[in-house]
Design a protein around this ligand. Structure first.
Ligand code: MG
Length: 160
C-alpha cells in the first residue's frame, strides 16, 4: 500500500532596500529584498512548511528556531535540506510541489525555470515535479506596489 499525503505552507515577508532579493533559492535582480533573520526566502520557507506539514512534523520555526546556535542565520536552503533529511528518515519522497508567489516586486516569470531547477535540486526530485508561478496583486491590498511577497506552497508526499 502506498501512503500519500499533502501539505500546505504559507509565508509573507516585507521587501526592503539594501537586501539581496533571494526567492526560491536564487538571487533575483531587484532593488529590494525580503526582510528576515536569514535570507528571508519566503518561497523556501513556505515550501519547507508544506513539506513538514505533509509529513506530520512541527513547522519550520519550531524545528529550526533561530534562537538555536545551529540555525542562527542559517540560509533557507540549509533549513530545507534539514527538513528533507527528516522526511527521508521517515521514508517520504516528494510527488510534487506547486507554488504561487504573489508580489508586485520582482518579476517572477523570467526566473521560473531557475527557481524550479534549484528547488528540485534541494528536494532531490525532478524539475517537472516542481512548479512555480508569479501572480500580480492588481494594485490591491497591503502588498501593492512591491512592499512585500506572499507565498503559498502545496506539496504531495508518498511512501510505500
Ligand atoms: Mg519566513
Amino acid at each position: 500500500m502506498t501512503e500519500t499525503r499533502v501539505g500546505l505552507g504559507f509565508d509573507l515577508h516585507r521587501l526592503v532596500e539594501g537586501r539581496p532579493c533571494i526567492l526560491g533559492g536564487i538571487t533575483l535582480p531587484h532593488d529590494k529584498g525580503p526582510q528576515g533573520h536569514s535570507d528571508g526566502d519566503a518561497v523556501l520557507h513556505a515550501l519547507t512548511d508544506a513539506l513538514l506539514g505533509a509529513a506530520g512534523l512541527d513547522d519550520l520555526g519550531t524545528l529550526f528556531p533561530d534562537t538555536d546556535e545551529r540555525w542562527k542565520g542559517a540560509d533557507s536552503a540549509t533549513l530545507l535540506g534539514a527538513a528533507m533529511e527528516r522526511l527521508r528518515e521517515a521514508r517520504w519522497t516528494v510527488n510534487n510541489a506547486d507554488i504561487v508567489i504573489a508580489t508586485e516586486g520582482p518579476k517572477i516569470a523570467p526566473h521560473r525555470a531557475a527557481m524550479r531547477a534549484r528547488m528540485a535540486e534541494l528536494m532531490g526530485t525532478d524539475v517537472e515535479r516542481v512548479n512555480v508561478k508569479g501572480k500580480s496583486l492588481e494594485g490591491l491590498g497591503a502588498l501593492a506596489g512591491g512592499t512585500g511577497v506572499a507565498v503559498q506552497a502545496i506539496v504531495s508526499l508518498e511512501r510505500l
